[in-house]
Design a protein around this ligand. Structure first.
Ligand SMILES: Nc1nc2c(ncn2[C@@H]2O[C@H](COP(=O)(O)OP(=O)(O)OP(=O)(O)O)[C@@H](O)[C@H]2O)c(=O)[nH]1
Ligand SMILES: [Mg+2]
Length: 423
């Protein structure tokens, strides 16, 4: 089968540079192996160099290069993946010495994104990130690209072939930026509409595969608008979600908010990707509340939380109030006592989801105030807005208009103050 012929076998190479990034090299290589599988390649061998100094020409030392070459020969691998970013000349030198395609962690992650991208905007963003990664490395990668027909590092989003020519790449980057800007205009209009209506936004953020989309689906199912057509894609794979999805969640007392599902993060998430995905992450960056979903059953969850918080900082979203959801508690035997702003949950069994909802309500709606409005009949849009947005405690058709008694947000309290009547 064509797929089997194309299946790549990779030797993974990592360098331990002291504990400066606080994660063990084993954790990092373990994750690199998972990313390799996610890109449809096999792991043939893993080689680690314990060394603090980086060789300018080959990244790892000469002896280690030879060790990698032998491992490639022994395992019949046709690809070597480095755990850190390489320069164009390092790639070229290593390919000359080892004799197979060399890529780095960034190219691997970009490749997975290229496979997964579905929507037009996600495809554009991935291609933009790939081209920006590629531009400074053109000299090193030319030979590589002309030699291989497919495989990791050469895939574009969809069936597209990536450009090779510097000037054409620059033109394409400009064109993609224009198209993303165009697509974003629509989104901005939608958001402004929501802001006008004062519907609060809650965004699910966190490490890839932690259960963000599952949590979203659980909350959609609980919403009294339950409709499986509104469910989002959830799956046990890295980067299942690349687009931002927003759904309206209506709670039992009609309290309404917008819930947003976002792309997952990963350690050493390429900067080109973070900036390319800023457009889709915009909704999350404007949220009133962040729910950080953590896979509590994963032994590396503390590292994953650290990465998530770093990326949020990079996106300048670290000022938004956040509640941490330790998810997948159905998979663990050892529980911990959650601190403030922390909830132990299971998106799968629904355990403690009611605690989560209570917390969200408290965060978003505790400033609501009781009010009685008399809305004139020629202002029908206001009365229907109030009825759609809030749980109406009392409603009567009076001579001069509709009398509505409800608990509303401060913004609406102020906005419709002129229609308010005292009891
Ligand atoms: N046992 C268990 N599995 C869960 C739970 N929540 C999610 N999962 C599983 O975890 C896997 C990943 O779930 P997703 O919801 O797709 O994760 P995500 O955070 O959206 O992942 P990305 O979109 O890739 O960033 C799926 O196989 C889910 O079924 C949970 O509470 N318990
Ligand atoms: Mg998801």
């Amino acid at each position: 089968m064509e797929n089997e012929i194309l299946k790549q076998r990779a030797v993974l190479v990592g360098m331990f540079q002291g504990l400066k990034d606080e994660f063990s090299i084993e954790e990092s290589m373990n994750e690199l192996a998972e990313l390799t599988l996610a890109a449809n390649a096999e792991v043939a061998d893993i080689i680690i160099q314990n060394k603090a100094k980086i060789e300018v020409a080959t990244y790892i030392g000469t002896g280690k290069v030879e060790e990698v070459r032998i491992a490639v020969e022994d395992t019949q691998a046709n690809l070597v993946i480095f755990n850190d970013e390489l320069s164009g000349s390092q790639i070229r030198n290593l390919e000359a010495l080892i004799g197979v395609t060399i890529i780095d962690r960034t190219a691997l992650i970009l490749d997975i994104f290229a496979i997964r991208a579905q929507s037009k905007i996600a495809k554009l963003q991935v291609e933009l990130a790939q081209l920006k990664y590629r531009l400074p490395r053109l000299i090193g990668m030319n030979g590589n690209l002309s030699r291989t027909g497919g495989g990791i590092g050469t895939r574009g989003p969809g069936e597209q072939k990536l450009e090779l020519d510097r000037r054409k790449i620059q033109d394409r980057i400009d064109e993609i930026r224009r198209q993303i800007g165009e697509a974003e205009k629509n989104r901005v209009v939608q958001r402004q509409q929501r802001e006008k209506n004062e519907v609060p936004i809650v965004a699910l953020v966190g490490y890839t595969n932690s259960g963000k989309s599952s949590m979203m689906n659980k909350l959609i199912a609980l919403s009294d608008e339950d409709d499986t057509e509104r469910h989002v894609f959830e799956k046990d794979m890295l980067f299942a979600t690349l687009d931002t999805y927003s759904r309206r969640i209506i709670l039992d007392d009609k309290k309404t908010f917008i819930l947003t599902d976002t792309v997952g993060f990963v350690s050493k998430l390429p900067h080109t990707l973070v900036s390319a995905f800023k457009a889709t992450l915009e909704e999350a960056l404007n949220a009133d509340l962040l729910l950080q979903v953590v896979d509590y059953s994963n032994e590396f969850y503390p590292m994953q939380m650290k990465v998530t918080e770093q990326v949020l900082k990079e996106l300048k979203a670290d000022h938004i109030p956040m509640v941490t959801l330790y998810n997948k508690i159905d998979k663990v035997t050892h529980m911990m006592t959650p601190g403030q702003d922390e909830i132990m949950v299971s998106a799968k069994t629904g355990e403690n989801i009611e605690v989560l909802i209570k917390e969200v309500k408290h965060r978003l709606f505790s400033d609501h105030r009781e009010a009685i409005f008399l809305i004139p009949y020629n202002e029908g849009t206001i009365s229907s807005y109030l009825c759609e947005t809030y749980k109406v405690n009392e409603m009567q058709y009076e001579e001069n208009g509709t009398l509505i008694k409800a608990s509303v947000s401060i913004a609406d309290y102020n906005r419709y103050e002129s229609y308010m009547i005292k009891e």
